[in-house]
Design a protein around this ligand. Sequence first.
Ligand SMILES: [Zn+2]
Length: 250
Amino acid sequence: MSAPRGHRAEAIVVRTVDFAETSQIVHLVTAAGLVSALAKGARAPKGAFQGGLTLGVMGEADLLPRRGAELELLRAFRVSDGLRGLRDDLDRFAAGGRVLGLLRDVARPGLRNEALFRAGVTALKAISTTPPALAPTWVLVFEARALAASGHRPQLDACIVCGDALRREVVFAPALGGAAHRRCAEEGPRPSFPDGVRAALSRVHSDRWASFVADPLPPAAVRAVRALHDLFLPYAFEGSVTVSRALRRG
Ligand SMILES: [Zn+2]
C-alpha cells in the first residue's frame, strides 16, 4: 500500500481550537467540504504558520490525510486574503461571523459543495471591502446562495401548495418552503407576505452580487428579508441544531 498523498485546497478558516502547547486544530471549508486538520506547532513563534491561524482568513491549505484518522495534517497555509476589513468595523465583524458560522454548520466532511464555498468566498470579500452599511445585505445574499447550494431555494413565483398565481392573501410558509395562499398554507408560521417584501426576497435569491452595490436594498427591505430568513433557515437546514442556535444568538 502506498502512503497517503498530500493535496492542496483553497480554504476558508471557519474555526480554530488551541491544542497542546503550541498546536491548533483548524476547521476549513473547501470546495470538497469541511476538513478538520491538526496544525502542529502552529502557535510557535517561528513555526510554519507565523504564530497561528486566524478565524476567517482565506488561503491555500497544504493537507496530508492520515490513514484511519479523522484529522488530516495541515502542513502549511498560505494566506491569500486576510480579510482585514472584517476586523475594523463592528457591522462587518458581525456579518463575517454569521457567514463563517453558517459555513461551519452547513458544510459537511467529504461532501463536495463548490457553490457553497464560492458563495462564502464572495460574501467574505464583499463584507470586507464594501461599505459597512452593505454588510447585512451580503449576509442575506450569502444565505440565499447557501440555501440554493443545499437544494432549499424557496419557491416565490406561485403558490407552493396549489401552484396557482399569487394575487392576494399571500403568506410566507417556511415549513412548506415558500410563498402560498393563506387558505392553502396550514402548517407552521405563516406571516403575511406583501408584494414589496416578495420582490425584495426574490432579488436576494436571484440577483447578482454587484446589483446590490449599484442598487442597494432599502433598510426596511433588508429588515423584512432578515426576518423571513430567520424563520426559514432553521426549517431549511432542519436537523442542524447548531444553525437554529446560531440564528437565535445572531
Ligand atoms: Zn394556493
